[in-house]
Structure formats: C-alpha cells, structure tokens
Ligand binder design. Structure first.
Ligand SMILES: Cc1cc2nc3c(=O)[nH]c(=O)nc-3n(C[C@H](O)[C@H](O)[C@H](O)COP(=O)(O)OP(=O)(O)OC[C@H]3O[C@@H](n4cnc5c(N)ncnc54)[C@H](O)[C@@H]3O)c2cc1C
Length: 438
C-alpha cells in the first residue's frame, strides 16, 4: 500500500456507490484484482489495492475519487457471508455471464449434448443494456438465428464526420441496429430450449481448481452456492475476473479501454437520423469518438467513448453533454448508461486450464470501433462447440482446447490483431483515416 506524505496518512481511493452504475470499467484496468462488483455494490479490498488510481481515471461517471486518507474506510470492508454454501450440482460446462458471448456458448454447448449451467449476475438477462446495438447480422446469423423482432433497423449507412465538418460515407457493410435487450434474452432462450440451465441473480465471486475441473462459488437469493464444472467458459464481459482467477493476466492498460457514456434521446427531429454517425477528433472525444445511432422513430443513441489518459482529466460526460447541448438542444434523455469498451488486442491467453475466455472478457471487440456484439457471438459459439467436444471426449489438454483458438483465428482473429495498430494510429488522428478513405 502506497502511503501519503504525512506521518500516518494513507492515500487511496473511495467509491461512491450512489454514483457507480456497475459498468466494471474500473475492474478491467485494476492490476491487482482489488475491486469487485456485486449486484448493487462496487467494493475495494484495501489489503491488495496499490492506490495506483487507474480505476479513478477510467471511471466514466466519477464514482471513484482519490482520497487523501483511507484509514477510516478500511474498517468498512464488506465481508463474505459465512453461511454454509448450497451445492448446486456438477455440470460439464459452467458459463459465467449471459451477454451474447456467454449465451451463445451455452446454446452451442447444450445443442452439442453437454450439461450446461449459465450463471448471470443481473436479475434480467439483457438489462441493463450497455450498447447501441449496431452489428453485422451477416456475421451473427451463421451461429445464431436472429428473428426480425430483435432487429430495429437494417442496411444502415455509416458516416464519419470530422471536427471541420467533413463527412465521409463508408462503404455499406450491411449494418443493422439490434434491440440488445431482446437479442440477449432471445439467445438465452435458445440456450434454455437446447437444454442449458440458467440462473439469474447469480453472482460468481470465486473459483478454485479441483481434480476434475473447477469449483465456482456464487451468491444466489441471498445465500452462498457452489457448483462444479469440467470446464468453465468466462463470458463475464469487460470486467472479467474469472480468467484472472484461473491465472490469466487480463488487466488492461489505460490506453486500451475506452470510458463511455451513452444517452438515449427522444426528440421529434431525431426521427430524421437514419444513418450511424461517428464524430471523430479530440474536440469530440480524445482517442475515441462520439456516436449518433438511430434507434427507431423519434429515438437515437448518442454516446461518447474516450481514452482517459488523453482527456486531460476531463470526464467523458462533459464531452458528451457539450455535444448533445450543441447538436440536440432541448433533447430529452430517457436513459443513460456507462461502460468500458476494450480497444485492445485479444488476450494473449484466451485458452486456459479447462477454461475458455470469450467476448469482451477476452478483449475480442473491434479495436478501431469497439464494436463487440458479433465477436462475442462468434467466439462464444466456437468456444461452446469446442467445450462440448472436449467434454464428450473427456479430453481437456491444451491441444484439444486450442481448437477454439485456431477456429477463432480462422474466422476473425487475424483481422482483429491486424486492426489493433490501425486503431492506435487512428485514435491519435482519425482525420488521417478519413483522408485515406476519400
Ligand atoms: C456504451 C456502449 C455502447 C456499445 N455499442 C456497441 C454497438 O453499437 N455495437 C457493438 O457491436 N458493440 C457495442 N458495444 C460493445 C458491446 O456491448 C460488447 O462488446 C458486448 O456486449 C460484449 O458481449 P459479452 O457477452 O462479451 O459481454 P457482456 O455483454 O458485457 O456480458 C457479460 C455478462 O456477464 C455478467 N457478469 C459479469 N461478471 C459476472 C459474475 N461475476 N457473475 C455472473 N455474471 C457476471 C454481466 O452481468 C453481463 O451480463 C458497446 C459498449 C458500450 C459500453
């Protein structure tokens, strides 16, 4: 623990859970796994916190503050409940997190005949929605059927707008706007129909290696539970701790995660916005961009994502509010959400000891745009298939599990690696990209 300059002062961080909305961006950059999130509370373990303050820098909402003296906060640590845990059974595959990656993995593994338990911390799958829903349906449909009821708009055009007002239309890539809430719940329903068991309100807080796999601890309905798995799929999003518990280094650098806030705006003129617009340049969001996406008649999503080290201490909300007041004066905000968006390379190790890491947990999103829905579905589906193969053969060695890695690289992985340096160049100057596109 780094101590302050004074005699007994102890500098550190303080969390305001009244402001925190549980997006987990802070956990993604914490180098020591000192932060943890339950359904309602973000907590810090002061015993292992090094007071590096990265969490305070990336928090989109300013819910983590630097504190000159944290001695009085140490005593308020949340302690684990000591009640006797309930044994929830043994499964071939336990999937942690039911976003598109986890639900797709559960669906595929259950389809292929394994016993699957899908654990989701939120009480309703798909809620809250930390997403604007733009995705390529063509990339998703080979893995998951997407009914029309999950699609708000199809064939949406995309446009990059720079600070000097220049606008460049991108080649039409068949982009759609998904209703993420419906989509996530649809994929979970597919998993359930295929035979997966699902527990919502199930918050996984620990994992230990046993002879024949992993034992996971989670809270559910106020009690502690245990479940055993031959293999675990870590689909716990940007905040992922599951892979860390299995010994995989997941902490992200501040240059690799965008702090984001998004508003849903209701406004009569917004019905005229029918293409996805990306406003790029540091005047809008340093190291990132502001997006304006249609969300059906009269509704739009307006969001901003930036790299904290480039923002001179100015929070993302300030950039977004400035943009909204300028472009949409008088707009009514009916929803707001914060989030962390990985713009990094995929994890070096996303295949572990009886563990497959998928979606945002494996940092699979597009490192230029931050879009991660289709990568989540693709990696989740491939991992679900490989998990089922491993379970049916009873083989969990590296070679068997590495089929996930090789299939992923065959489908999209090499592209993601190649895009990373481009993303870094672009986040320094999007305008140069626009010039090359013109
Ligand atoms: C503001 C914003 C806008 C975005 N817009 C777009 C967009 O337009 N298009 C696009 O493609 N991408 C977008 N993204 C990114 C996209 O949302 C993610 O890439 C995608 O959701 C990743 O899916 P996932 O399944 O890997 O993770 P998630 O969807 O994050 O799901 C992870 C799940 O794990 C659960 N979980 C976490 N820890 C635990 C635990 N310990 N126990 C139990 N459950 C746990 C969480 O509750 C969550 O439901 C956006 C992101 C943000 C923040």
């Amino acid at each position: 623990m780094c101590t302050g300059g004074g005699s007994e002062m102890e500098r550190g961080i303080r969390i305001d859970n009244g402001i925190c909305d549980g997006c987990g961006t802070c956990i993604a950059v914490c180098p020591t796994d000192a932060l943890s999130l339950s359904a309602t509370t973000l907590s810090v373990d002061y015993e292992i916190c090094t007071s590096c303050e990265k969490c305070a820098q990336v928090c989109p909402l300013g819910a983590i503050e630097r504190e000159a003296d944290i001695r009085h906060l140490r005593s308020a640590r949340v302690s684990d409940t000591t009640s006797q845990p309930t044994f929830a059974g043994r499964y071939d595959v336990v999937v942690v997190g039911s976003g598109p990656a986890g639900a797709a993995a559960a669906y595929r593994a259950a389809m292929d005949g394994t016993t699957v338990l899908l654990l989701e911390r939120d009480r309703e799958i798909g809620t809250p929605v930390r997403c604007a829903g733009a995705a390529s349906i063509g990339a998703i449909r080979p893995f998951i059927p997407v009914p029309e009821s999950c699609i708000i708009l199809t064939a949406v055009e995309e446009e990059i707008i720079t600070s000097d007002g220049g606008a460049t239309l991108l080649p039409n890539g068949g982009l759609a706007i998904l209703d993420r809430r419906r989509f996530d719940s649809h994929v979970a329903l597919l998993a359930a129909e295929a035979g997966a068991n699902i527990l919502v309100g199930a918050d996984v807080f620990g994992m230990e290696r046993r002879d024949a796999g992993w034992r996971l601890s989670f809270t559910h309905n106020g009690g502690n539970c245990l479940v055993e798995a031959c293999l675990v799929v870590a689909a716990d999003g940007v905040e992922s701790r599951v892979a860390r518990w299995a010994g995989i280094e997941t902490a992200m650098s501040l240059d690799d995660v965008e702090s984001s806030i998004q508003y849903e705006i209701v406004r009569s003129e917004s019905s005229q916005i029918n293409r996805c617009q990306y406003y790029v340049g540091s005047i809008f969001a340093p190291g990132g961009y502001v997006w304006v996406f249609p969300k059906g008649p009269g509704r739009i999503h307006v969001g901003a994502g930036l790299l904290a080290p480039r923002a001179n201490g100015i929070r993302v909300r300030e950039y977004l509010d400035r943009f909204v007041n300028d472009r949409f004066p008088g707009a009514q905000i009916v929803a707001e959400i914060a989030g962390g968006v990985p713009v990094s390379k995929p994890l070096k190790d996303f295949v572990g000891d009886r563990l497959l890491v998928v979606g945002d947990a494996a940092r699979m999103s597009n490192p230029i745009s931050g879009a991660g829905i289709s990568a989540a579905v693709v990696t989740g589906s491939i991992a679900g298939k490989v998990a089922a193969e491993a379970c049916s053969m009873g083989k969990f060695d590296r070679k068997t599990l590495n089929r996930y890695r090789s299939e992923y690289i065959r489908s999209a992985g090499s592209r993601s690696h190649a895009l990373y340096p481009a993303g870094k160049i672009i986040s320094h100057g999007f305008r140069s990209l626009v010039r090359t596109l013109q």
